[in-house]
Structure formats: C-alpha cells, structure tokens
Write a protein that binds this ligand. Sequence first.
Ligand code: NDP
Length: 284
Amino acid sequence: MSARIIDGKAVAADLRARLAERVRVLGFAPGLRVVRVGDDPASGVYVRNKDRAAQQAGFNSATLQLPETTSEAELLAVVAELNADPEVDGILVQLPLPQQIRADAVLRAIDPAKDVDGFHPVNAGLLATGQPGLVPCTPKGVMHLLRAAGTAPRGARAVVLGRSNIVGKPMAALLLAADATVTVVHSRTQNLAAECRRAEILVAAVGRPEMVRGDWVAEGATVIDVGINRLPTGKLVGDVAFAEASAHAGAITPVPGGVGPMTIACLLENTLEAAIARRGLAEN
Ligand code: NDP
C-alpha cells in the first residue's frame, strides 16, 4: 500500500482563507502581539511567517522585539501592559526564553483569555476537564488534519508518542475529547514499536529524527508527524521515517508541509476565538 499524503499546506491555506472571511464579515482586526526576547534564529523565521500570515488574514499583528538582556521583571511588565490593552486579543511569548527568565512565571502572567498559545495552567486545566478554552496550536492543527484526511477519532485506537506540555499532553486530551481510545508513550515506555503498531491513529512528537520505522506502523493507519528535526546535512526530517512508513500507512503527513503550516493557522484561529469571546461578539 502507498499512503495518501495529507497536504498540510493546503489545509492551512484553506483554514486561513476561512478565518480571513470571518474577520472581514466581523468588520474588525483581531489584535495579536508576539513578544520575542533575544535573537534565536530558529524562532526568527517562525515569527516573520506568523506576522505575514496574520496580516494577510486581516489581523492587526505586531512583534515586540526585546533585547537578550531583558530581565524577568521587565518582560512581566510588558505582559501586564498587553493584558491591559483593549486592542490586544492574543499574546504569544515566543519560547525559548533566555536563562535569566523563568518561562513558567511568564506564561502564568498572561491573561488566560488572551493566551493564544494555550499554555496557561487555566487553559490546560479547561482542556483536561473538557471545558471550552484556548487550546495549544500544534495539537489543534493535528485535529484539523485528521478531519481533512477523513480519519474519525471516535472509537479509534490512538497512540501519542511524546508527553510534552506543548504537544503530547494536549494532543492526548483532544483525542480523548473526540472519543478516541488514547495511549501516551514516552521515553520510559517498554516496547515502543509494539505500542505504536496497535495505533489506528499515530501521532509522533518526540524530536528524534525518523525514529518511527515502517514496521511500527499498522496497515492503513493515519500517521501524523509533528517532529521537525534538522540533520547535520541541513535536511529537515520528521520523527517518522517517511518512505518506510508510507508503505504501511493509509494516510501520512510529510515534513515539511504537514503539521508545521497548521500551527500558524491555528494561532490565528485562537486569536479570532479570543477576540470574539473577549469582545462579546456573535457570528451568524
Ligand atoms: P519535547 O522534547 O518537549 O518532548 C519530547 C517527548 O518525546 C517527551 O515526552 C519525551 O519523553 C519523548 N521522547 C524523547 N525521546 C524519546 C525516545 N527515544 N523514546 C520515546 N520517547 C521519547 O518536545 P516537543 O513535544 O516540544 O516537540 C516534539 C517535536 O515536535 C520536536 O521535533 C519539535 O521540533 C516538534 N514541534 C513541532 C511543532 C510544529 O509546529 N510542527 C511545534 C512544536 C514542536 P519523556 O517525557 O519521557 O522525556
């Protein structure tokens, strides 16, 4: 079998176009502020792409660039200002932060109603208890991709490889909320390959280049590869050995062009949702 490729670029473009249309109909520009401390080159590209996508969809988006030497108190003061600004609907503090700043303290200081990354413990708690809140962008994007692939989580055996707060845990919570039977596997799991082989939906978020081999994938499974790993050669690969896995999977995301483009589109979706909730708007 040769797997169907799930085209994340196309699904993301479609989502961004639908968001742009909703923004146009609502008649105002949702405000997004990205705060960046220092000059981490990997996040530089990401921040520029965010700004471009946001502006194209009619959002009022800006990046606040702070120096590498910014103290925690200074960053907290910036967050407080954005919390208080009525024009700002979404705040995203770009990680990683320099070592003098505690990321936890900063993430907790963001108003949960403006926490478009969905990392605040209040939003994590709402997700864990099945209540509406802001959901982390990457796993939210994965749910869109499953829908686009025609893979219904209800009743399906899903395995999530990785248990980070950013991807693995919220991913498992979303799949559970969508009625999948969810197993989370990690670095202390015995016999990873056998666990993964049981999956009808396999989501890999480990950060280990091509760790998931072809024989870890059940025939016909939907495989979502969240990993982004740069090899010493400069080549970008996922956590799944794509060619091998494609021989078994029913559908699979490529890297790049799979989950990556969805993350920014879902950031915009969260910003629009935050704006609608905060401003008490209704959509027809
Ligand atoms: P983390 O490093 O925070 O978490 C990795 C998880 O994988 C941990 O739970 C860890 O287990 C587990 N793990 C690591 N090595 C192994 C192993 N050998 N066997 C089994 N489990 C293992 O990473 P993130 O969740 O932040 O990111 C995962 C990947 O997704 C990365 O490649 C990252 O670049 C990518 N990513 C992509 C995004 C996108 O937009 N597409 C957004 C965010 C991340 P343990 O908890 O036991 O240590």
